[in-house]
Design a protein around this ligand. Structure first.
Ligand SMILES: N#Cc1c(-c2ccc3ccn(Cc4ccc(CN5CCOCC5)cc4)c3c2)n[nH]c1N
Length: 240
């Protein structure tokens, strides 16, 4: 998979040289290219923004600079992703879908955003998705690019050492939150690991983990339980 990220802060994407994503790049599993939007400016001050039509605070990113950048970076098979406070929610299901793509292009805006005609222009000739990390305000699209690249890259075959670990993840198995995890020592600061996990009884351990996942989900994310088939479990099983 190829992923291009266009930004005025390319150094913001430096963490993607580390750990699993870094290894995926080195091994050739992921072809990640980070571009400085100012490469495509046309003035000595390398200007990327201007005042908003209609007035209002802040600045808006110029369509002409973005147009030259995207014309260079986009390919016929590319899916253009534009992080935005007004975007569609980015979820694990989104990551799973985008992990099957050949080419993703992330356009990271700053200021008050990118001139809306950019999305309008490219939507007529390629797949474009405005995406949001959640209902809070960031200063630009780079954090979203970091999240999208990591969430997608880890799903690529060969990136994560043990693919089985991708199966049991939160928002994965049956859409539940993950159960609590423990390691040695069996007792720490007076806190003991639940006995069942030391029993070696795999069926009981599996049942305990599912019950804990249900309990946590009911307490923290009841919205996820709405999506579950009511017949799969009885709420009265949970002393929440
Ligand atoms: N993904 C994601 C994001 C982003 C995100 C993504 C991309 C850019 C590019 C610029 N910004 C700053 C910005 C903040 C707020 C607003 C809204 N305006 C409405 C009118 O009043 C002024 C404010 C616009 C632009 C971005 C923020 N925020 N939150 C997410 N989950």
């Amino acid at each position: 998979m190829r992923i291009d990220v266009v930004t005025i802060f390319p150094e913001y994407l430096a963490p993607l040289e580390l750990s699993l994503v870094g290894k995926a790049r080195t091994s050739g599993l992921l072809d990640l290219r980070v571009h400085d939007l100012r490469t495509w400016t046309d003035d000595r001050h390398r200007t990327v923004d201007d005042t908003p039509f209609g007035g209002g605070a802040g600045m808006v990113m110029r369509p002409d600079v973005w147009g030259r950048a995207l014309d260079d970076v986009l390919t016929p098979e590319a899916h253009l992703l534009v992080p935005s406070p007004a975007g569609a929610p980015f979820t694990q299901r989104t990551a799973e879908t985008w992990a099957t793509e050949q080419h993703l292009v992330l356009a990271c805006g700053r200021y008050e955003g990118i001139d809306s005609r950019v999305v309008e222009h490219y939507a007529a000739r390629t797949r474009v998705t405005e995406v949001s990390l959640g209902d809070y305000v960031l200063n630009g699209g780079e954090v979203a690019a970091l999240v999208v690249v990591e969430a997608v890259a880890r799903l690529l075959p060969g990136v994560v050492g043990n693919p089985a670990s991708l199966v049991e993840e939160s928002h994965g198995a049956a859409g539940l939150l993950e159960y609590p995890v423990y390691t040695k020592p069996p007792s720490w600061q007076g806190h003991d690991v639940p006995e069942v996990l030391l029993s070696g009884h795999h069926a009981r351990i599996a049942r305990w983990r599912r019950d804990e996942a249900l309990r946590r989900t009911a307490a923290r994310r009841p919205d996820l339980l709405e999506a579950l088939d009511a017949g799969e479990w009885d709420r009265h099983d949970l002393e929440v």
